[in-house]
Write a protein that binds this ligand. Structure first.
Ligand SMILES: [Zn+2]
Length: 233
């Protein structure tokens, strides 16, 4: 096996490791992200507290209406009691009843408006709760898919770690260091194949001697332009 082949295989494994780790990070991010749930729960709490205050308004309006009706009954019973004879007093009582009734209309309108508002808020709450249930079900099923993918990726990583150890074993310390350094400085690509007599990393045409040396069993040959390790199949 040429010296470059060992590193080329190592790089194939390392790229799979990188990919698996990136996917694992993405999965973890999705697993941790419960922002939709938090947002919806916040909305529900807000509508719930609206409902509480509208409920209070409905009760107050109901009590006001009732007490106004009592006032009207009292005024009417005085009016029709037959005990008031003075026309001026009768007129005053009639005026009182009329103005009390007018006020009652306003109070009843207010009560109705509060009830309508309550109705709308309760409907909204119902819809939000249904959405929350739906979201929880959706999230549960996506979580189980994500957890499944995560355990597959972890198993794959274990396998890759084993493969990496075996591949790394025959590679000298010097070559390992050279490889690691290039991986860091060349965006993960330390070893490149020779294709049609050129470096597949940068396209530089390579001499026949260089190509021959790249197949050598002991030494590594670097591309004269991009400095990556050349691998000739
Ligand atoms: Zn090159």
């Amino acid at each position: 096996m040429s010296a470059a082949l060992g590193l080329f295989r190592l790089q194939l494994i390392d790229r799979q490791v990188d990919r698996a780790q990136t996917q694992l990070k993405e999965i973890q991010k999705s697993l941790d992200d419960n922002s939709e749930l938090v947002e919806l729960t916040g909305k529900i709490e807000k509508v719930q507290s609206e409902i509480d205050s509208v409920n209070q308004a409905v009760r107050t309006a109901g009590a006001d209406t009732q007490s106004q009706q009592e006032k009207i009954s009292q005024a009417e019973s005085s009016l029709y009691s037959g005990q008031v004879h003075n026309p001026k007093e009768l007129q005053d009582l009639q005026n009182d009843v009329a103005s009390l009734k007018k006020r009652l209309d306003t109070l009843e309108e207010r009560e109705l408006a509060s009830m309508t508002e309550l109705d709308a808020a309760e409907k909204e709450l119902g819809m939000l709760r249904a959405s929350l249930e739906e979201l929880k079900i959706k999230r549960e099923s996506s979580m189980s898919v994500l957890l499944g993918s995560r355990s597959l990726l972890n198993r794959e990583l274990e396998k890759l770690t084993e493969e990496r150890r075996a591949t790394l074993d025959p590679i000298s310390m010097e070559h390992r260091n050279m490889y690691e350094q290039l991986r860091r400085s060349k965006r993960g690509v330390a070893v490149v194949e020779i294709t049609d007599g050129s470096c597949s990393g940068c396209g530089t045409t390579l001499t026949a001697a260089m190509q021959q040396n790249a197949r050598s069993l002991s030494q590594l040959v670097a591309c004269p332009t991009c400095n990556r390790i050349l691998y000739g199949a």
